[in-house]
Design a protein around this ligand. Structure first.
Ligand SMILES: [Zn+2]
Length: 233
């Protein structure tokens, strides 16, 4: 009941990105409430949520509202980068299977979960938002090839890595990018630093996992990483 009411609130006002000034305070309040409820496992769809990393950190840390949605600039740059780098070059020599890792090594707070309904083009949040102070190092969750590393509209400064299993990991809203397109990167390599570039109301990492290249092929990043030994929640 409580979860459903909250979802309705989030859908109706949480992501009204066209009027950020007007909606800002309310959105932050709603997101704070959401984060608080998530931390105690009150959101029914969320599954087990009580974990140190998911608990609200400090009041001083700003909430990261996320306006990432379909963005032609991002999708075109991604398609171009993906096609420019053939698969044969993308695949690193076979190594013993490495476990995946978390994208952040500092404490973070989940400011928006994957799949919550709202005013995104896909109708739901296509990634997970991890609120951290600006400048926090962002690491690759899995090895692969960088197919995009540039300013990308709503995604802000973003890095996309085509991973060895054919999935794509998108790291958005960065303040700084420290890899180049075409680079082969290993699990845990630093990709850049967190920020609030693009459509974001506060510093957070938007981590999105896609099963294919295109928008809408997103999958649950929490489950994807958990299967590979990295627990976001
Ligand atoms: Zn997001």
């Amino acid at each position: 009941m409580r979860g459903r009411a909250l979802a309705a609130v989030l859908a109706s006002m949480g992501y009204d990105i066209d009027s950020p000034r007007e909606a800002g305070t309310t959105r932050r309040d709603v997101l704070s409430a959401a984060a608080g409820l998530m931390a105690v496992g009150a959101l029914t769809a969320a599954g087990p949520a009580a974990h140190a990393a998911a608990e609200p950190d400090s009041a001083a840390e700003s909430d990261g509202g996320c306006g990432v949605g379909y963005d032609a600039e991002f999708e075109e740059a991604l398609a171009e980068g993906d096609e420019a780098i053939p698969e044969s070059r993308a695949l690193a020599p076979e190594k013993p299977r490495r476990r995946f890792t978390l994208p952040l090594r500092k404490r973070y707070r989940v400011s928006a979960r994957y799949g919550v309904r709202g005013d995104w083009a896909a109708g739901h949040h296509t990634g997970i938002d991890l609120a951290v102070p600006k400048g926090t190092a962002v690491h690759a969750v899995g090895a692969g090839t960088v197919v995009l590393a540039r300013w990308s509209g709503a995604y802000g400064k973003a890095v996309t890595v085509r991973m060895r299993d054919g999935h794509y990991a998108v790291y958005a809203h960065l303040s700084r990018i420290s890899v180049r397109r075409g680079a082969r990167i290993g699990t845990g390599d630093r990709l850049g630093r967190s920020g609030a570039t693009g459509r974001a109301t506060g510093p957070h990492l938007h981590l999105e996992i896609r099963s294919r290249r295109g928008y809408g092929s997103d999958i649950n990043p929490v489950r994807y990483l958990a299967k590979r030994g990295a627990r976001l929640l």
